[in-house]
Ligand binder design. Structure first.
Ligand code: DON
Length: 318
């Protein structure tokens, strides 16, 4: 554990009071049993619904963990901001913006979203925009694209991440709506590969296995302006980290993004595997894991923990 300067007021850097507060938040949230584990990807329905974990990582590299913080689950949509960051790093904002927009959709994550005039999905956090983002990653085949994505997400997390092959196969076998979104974007001229290449790479990206600690470190890397606070490796530029955090702020929680910004006030991204990442720029990243989802596809207990922590510690950015 690192030493902390006297007078430090950074919540994520004060181990004991933080742990006490986390404890009480954690126990209250554990009592919540509403919501359902995602089942439209059949393999996800096998997840133990009672798991609950949280991890925090400060930009100085200190970490705190509670509960099932080491339990692995599939990253799903939490991958989207990190792959968006990799695309921005490779191509720049102007080029990426010709393929995918930056506006909140106010619609569910799997909405059929293409701007009339430009053929662009509204933003890179919904499925349509994320599939386009994945198509932009270097590589001619799905495997080549996925190798770049896998190396990039490993740099964000500070360790290699495996693919859950059963979840990948399950989504590949049932993901026709995502294929339809990819074909629409292809026909509109915004998908940079074939629909099959883009969706296969995207399904593998979504099936990467992470734990809450990985998510906290990935988010802390964005909070630290693109440098992983544990490995000290620069993963993306400061501008890319800021642009990515901005899109998470406006679009990360889908059609709950506006309410999230009022209640929690932090850039965040959820996934149907039960994970949520949130961050406060220049301070810390948080990862939560609990598989039961609300009707927007966001983890019920993850949302509850982040709402309460934000309130208690005054984490709201505004
Ligand atoms: O494309 C899908 O439907 C999933 N692989 C990911 C969706 C997701 O995580 C939405 N999140 N809340």
């Amino acid at each position: 554990e690192a030493q902390h300067p006297p007078g430090s007021t950074q919540a994520a850097d004060r181990p004991r009071p933080l742990h006490t507060a986390l404890d009480s938040v954690f126990e209250r949230v554990r009592a919540l049993t509403d919501g359902e584990v995602a089942s439209y990807i059949p393999e996800l329905a096998r997840e133990d619904p009672d798991q609950l974990g949280i991890a925090l990582a400060s930009v100085r590299g200190t970490t705190h963990e509670m509960g099932d913080s080491a339990a692995e689950f599939t990253i799903q949509s939490v991958s989207k901001p990190f792959v968006f960051a990799l695309a921005l790093e490779q191509l720049g904002l102007a080029a990426v913006s010709t393929h995918v927009g930056l506006e909140p959709s106010g619609e569910p994550f799997n909405a059929i979203s293409l701007e009339e005039a430009s053929g662009r999905p509204l933003n890179p956090m919904i499925n349509a925009g994320a599939i386009v983002t994945t198509s932009l990653i270097t590589g001619n085949t799905a495997d080549e694209k996925f190798d770049v994505i896998s190396a990039g997400l490993a740099a964000f997390a500070g360790r290699d991440l495996a693919v859950d092959e059963a979840v990948f196969e399950s989504e590949a076998a049932t993901g026709d709506r995502n294929r339809a979104l990819a074909y629409l974007a292809r026909s509109a001229g915004t998908l940079a590969s074939t629909a099959e290449v883009a969706t296969r790479a995207y399904f593998r990206q979504c099936a990467m296995r992470v734990n809450a600690r990985d998510l906290a470190i990935m988010a802390a890397t964005l909070a630290a302006g693109g440098v992983n606070p544990i490995t000290r490796q620069r993963v993306v530029s400061e501008s890319v980290a800021r642009w990515t955090s901005a899109v998470m702020t406006s679009c990360g929680m889908y059609d709950a993004s506006g309410e999230w910004l009022v209640r929690v006030g932090l850039p965040a991204k959820s996934g149907v595997g039960g994970g949520i990442v949130a961050l406060q720029p220049e301070r810390f990243g948080i990862g939560t894991f609990s598989p039961r989802l609300n009707d927007r596809g966001n983890s019920v207990r993850g949302v509850a923990m982040l709402e309460e922590l934000s309130e208690r510690f005054g984490l709201h950015m505004l």
